[in-house]
Write a protein that binds this ligand. Structure first.
Ligand code: HEC
Length: 123
């Protein structure tokens, strides 16, 4: 009698543990990109804009966005010219939301943010 109660209790606890162990939300990817996630613009004002907007995707490989500092990923995009890149930033482009979710950014900030992320200060 006691044994079966105990067994039932154990089973319940086990079930609860299993349920808790179920990852309801995605955990951080097992292979984080330390390079992209630790990078930020040297300028404090720009860094704050970056961290509030672009970083959510451009330092998150799962988003499909070209990662900050990943020059190989940015190279073909940079080749389109800064005008096109700013146009795609302002108007949105595929998975890239209009204004990159940065309502306070102007064209100068976008240009600086793009130069920072692409690792091409000259663009
Ligand atoms: C919600 C996610 C998200 C945010 C926030 C975001 N981006 Fe993007 N961005 C993307 C994705 C995804 C792409 C790749 C689009 C594609 O080519 O499929 C992209 C591409 C780009 C490109 C390349 C466009 C091209 O022509 O190849 C630029 C430039 C860019 N983002 C700038 C920015 C800037 C600047 C910010 C911050 C102000 C920003 N993004 C914020 C998701 C985001």
């Amino acid at each position: 009698m006691i044994v079966s109660t105990l067994r039932a209790l154990c089973l319940t606890v086990l079930l609860m543990l299993t349920a808790c162990g179920e990852p309801s939300q995605q955990k951080a990817p097992s292979t984080p990109m330390p390079a992209a996630s630790t990078l930020k613009p040297a300028d404090a004002a720009l860094a704050s804009l970056y961290e509030q907007s672009c970083k959510a995707c451009h330092a998150n490989p799962a988003s499909g966005a070209p990662q900050a500092g990943d020059r190989a990923a940015w190279q073909p995009r940079v080749a389109q010219g800064m005008g096109t890149l700013i146009d795609h930033t302002v108007n949105g482009y595929k998975g890239m939301p209009p204004l990159g979710s940065c309502m306070d950014c102007g064209e100068d900030e976008f240009a600086a943010l793009i130069a920072f992320m692409s690792g091409e200060p000259g663009t």
